[in-house]
Structures are given as C-alpha cells and as structure tokens.
Ligand binder design. Structure first.
Ligand code: F6R
Length: 238
C-alpha cells in the first residue's frame, strides 16, 4: 500500500492523473474504471489538459463507469453518467464504442449488470481503477456490510450514502438503490488508485489506513491490493 500526501487538491489530482497517463501510455488499449463523484473530477480535467498538450492519448483506451444511482440517467444533473460524460468522456473525445456505462433508467437492472460484466470480460478484467471514498467508507456503491459478490449488482443504499449523495442534486431526488461494480472485481485490477481530500474525509481515511480489511468499511477490502496508491490531500491527522 502506497500513500502519497499532497498539499492541495490540485497537486493530488496532478499526481493521480500522472499515474493514469503513465498506465495508458504503456498500453495500446487499456480498460480504465473511473468513479464519478466530486473528488476525481479535477484528475480527469488534468488528463484532458495533458492530452491537449500531446502528453497522452486517451482515445485508444476503453472506459467503464463504476456505478450509478438506480432511477437516474444522463438528463439528471449529478447522476454518475452525466458527471462522467460531461466531465470526461465528451471533452476527452472518447468515442461511444470505447465507453460502457450503467443506465440507471433501464427497466432491467440484471441486463445492465450483464452488459458491464461482459464489457469487462472483453478485456480480461479492469486494468486501472480510480476510486473515491465515501463518508461511510464505501467505494462505488460497495456499501458497509454489503454484498461481496463478483461482477455487478444492485444494492439498497446505506443511509449515509443517501444523505451525502444529495450534495449532487441541489433540487433533491429520492435515492434508494445503486448499481455498481463489486469490489471483488475491482480487486483484480492491475492498479488501484484511491483519491480523497479535505477535512471532512479525515476521519474515514484515518480509519481506513488504521484498520484491517473488514466489510464494515468497504474501502479497507482493497488496501492489501498488490498495487494500490492512496492519493490524499488536506489530511490534518498525517
Ligand atoms: C461515485 C462513487 C462514489 C464516490 C464517493 C466519494 O461514482 O463511486 O463511491 O466516489 O462517494 O464521492 P466524492 O468524491 O463526491 O466525495
């Protein structure tokens, strides 16, 4: 487990983006898994800036999104799909055939799970995953004491996830279920990146760093991954 502390969100994002860029440069067609949420957005913008300067080509890689709120789609500002399309896929010029996203509006969630699992299988697994950390220690929608199945699944969201998730939706939306890639599949990635910053994440990050893997705090389940790096900023306890 590697831990890289930065003095600012900007520096943390730059370091995380540099690892992604190095991974992409070394492979002809990598499969990358990107989390939505606020924390990694600047990392994605920096990757786009690197591409504009000719320092990395993001367009030959493939991308699978980590999760989605069940019942929400692209038209819902703050959905994972909206954040990822507008925050990365569109400005980076990634073609539709290189992207796989959960459709939270689909009438058949098992079909959505199968679609994403099949996409991951095509590449023999995820290459690199960037994951944010929830206030309850979730990764994607791998919730505290939730399912530990392989592949993808729908889950009843933890109370903290429902409450904190409202930050993405200023007008308020009902949040009850999520669809996600399970951590058993994420742990098979070649490289895992955690990004977390700010005072509000201090307590949960400290708990993760100081705990043995346990399902009560899902982010701990990957901490013994053979190639995991925590990119952190604003951690006053360190
Ligand atoms: C979102 C996701 C979530 C977030 C986590 C942290 O796609 O997978 O697990 O990464 O809730 O969110 P932020 O970065 O907004 O604090």
């Amino acid at each position: 487990m590697d831990v890289k502390i930065s003095e600012s969100h900007e520096a943390m994002s730059y370091h995380a983006a540099s690892q992604v860029a190095a991974y992409v440069r070394a492979r002809e067609s990598a499969l990358i898994c990107f989390a939505g949420g606020d924390t990694p957005l600047r990392t994605y913008q920096i990757l786009i800036e690197m591409q504009k300067k000719g320092r990395v080509n993001l367009k030959d890689s493939y991308y699978v999104s980590l999760d989605e709120w069940v019942g929400l789609g692209y038209a819902d500002k703050g959905s994972c799909q909206q954040m990822m399309r507008d925050g990365f896929y569109s400005p980076a010029g990634i073609s539709e055939s290189h992207i796989c996203l959960f459709d939270g509006l689909s009438g058949d969630m098992s079909e959505e799970c199968e679609k994403v699992e099949a996409f991951i299988r095509r590449f023999g697994g995820i290459g690199l995953a960037i994951l944010g950390i929830g206030m309850n220690g979730h990764i994607g929608f791998n919730e505290p004491n939730g399912s530990d199945r392989e592949g993808c699944f729908v889950i009843e969201l933890h109370e903290v996830t429902k409450r904190v998730g409202q930050k993405y939706f200023p007008n308020g939306v009902p949040l009850s279920k999520g669809i996600t890639i399970g951590y058993k599949t994420l742990e098979k990635a070649d490289e895992v990146i955690y990004v977390a910053g700010g005072e509000k994440k201090n307590e949960i990050v400290k708990l993760i760093l100081n705990s043995q893997p346990n399902p009560e705090v899902p982010a701990t389940m990957l901490k013994n991954h053979h190639n995991i790096c925590f990119y952190l900023s604003g951690m006053s306890f360190i």
